[in-house]
Design a protein around this ligand. Sequence first.
Ligand code: ADP
Ligand code: MG
Length: 248
Amino acid sequence: MSHSNEIALAIEDLTVSFDGFRAVDGLNLYVEKNELRAVIGPNGAGKTTVLDLICGKTKATSGTIQFKGIELTKLPEHKIVQAGVGRKFQNPSIYENLTVLENLEISFPRGRGILGALTFERTQDVLDRIHEVLDTIFLSNHLNTQAGLLSHGQKQWLEIGMLIIQDPELLMLDEPVAGMSVSEREKTADLLNRISRGRSVIVIEHDMEFVKRIAHKVTVLHQGKLLAEGNMDAVQSNPKVIEVYLGH
Ligand code: ADP
Ligand code: MG
């Protein structure tokens, strides 16, 4: 493990109220560079809302989110993307009518926007990067496959590819292995371990076996608050965590 101990993301006293209901309530969370952090917790704990707050989809009621020293709570979503934050939603948002290759091409930073799309060329460095990503996401043999024909797991990998081609410094994934087969889960664990080198990754996940395979440190949320944090063994034997999970 080569941890630099450099904090990439610092969330302090973060709160969001929806009509007086605090979905996230006074949360403090620190994620290091090169860290792969798992966030777990029962349904409704506020996990997805935390990602919504980081990527600017939801605005905080109070508190701060500092990413590389940049305050994110005041920025619009596209500026947060530009600052280096990539986020994968629960359902893959890929272009089903385009091929795997085309999906990656339009996600390539220079290919974005109308002008970018019009002037886009398949230069060698673009193709090299695309092939590197295809290899990472196990889709090298499917570059000309229409994305809509991929399996559920392959679609999830393609969307991860569309994010990593942009080389975000913070990548956030919401339940990436939901609906995947056992072998797809194993490959995804391997994929996430590889792509967390050189960036920070936050993964929300329910599957404890999967979490054990990927995370060094686990954060447990409950009712919008931090319930426990530590390695998987410490978290799993924590009486407060056991109580919350047995209650569900
Ligand atoms: P989790 O991802 O941990 O299952 P969520 O973050 O989706 O939980 O939701 C936490 C709580 O906040 C839930 O009770 C949910 O109904 C509520 N919530 C989330 N987003 C909104 C919203 N935009 N308006 C009102 N309530 C919301
Ligand atoms: Mg959720």
